[in-house]
Design a protein around this ligand. Structure first.
Ligand SMILES: [Zn+2]
Length: 171
């Protein structure tokens, strides 16, 4: 039979373990091992028809002022290209492709996006741009932009999204 003292110590241990677990998950960062950032910026080409969504993604991520998303021009190396596909054989609305030796891609799927609101189109663009900045899917908090499905009711980076961005690119 357990003594009162050992029960007390065990409950303390459980509480302590719960605190440690909380602290660890609260500070977890979700990064891809590939991104489109080159010398502090991403030079992108706009071949998508979803210009309002693209502009939204560019403006919202540029507002954090660590990595700059800038249109590609003749003098710069193209890091990322946005374009549209029309695919009914996949379930994604947008997808980021990261390549070691080629220009990275964000593909917007018109088959799904054309049936979505502008708010949702902006969500997809901002989420995919988050991937191009090296952010992976959040594994613990569905209220974040970088959760793997669109359940945050948001279309801008949330606290953990911004925390990960700052952890990865901040001083
Ligand atoms: Zn994603």
């Amino acid at each position: 039979m357990l003594s009162r003292k050992s029960i007390y110590l065990m409950s303390l241990l459980i509480i302590w373990m719960a605190v440690i677990y909380q602290a660890r998950t609260a500070h977890a960062h979700y990064f891809l091992n590939c991104n489109s950032v080159d010398s502090g910026e991403i030079r992108y080409s706009d071949n998508t028809a979803y210009d309002d969504a693209l502009d939204h993604a560019i403006d919202i991520w540029n507002s954090y002022e660590l990595i700059y998303l800038v249109p590609d021009d003749w003098a710069s190396f193209e890091d990322l290209v946005w374009y549209d596909v029309d695919r009914d054989d996949v379930d994604w609305a947008g997808k980021y492709y990261c390549y070691a030796y080629y220009t990275d891609e964000i593909r917007m799927n018109s088959y799904i996006l054309d049936g979505q609101s502008l708010f949702m189109q902006k969500y997809v663009a901002a989420h995919e741009q988050g991937h191009a900045l090296g952010l992976a899917h959040n594994q613990t908090d569905y209220s974040q932009l970088m959760w793997y499905t669109a359940v945050c009711g948001c279309n801008t980076p949330q606290s953990h999204d911004v925390g990960d961005y700052q952890e990865k690119w901040g001083p």
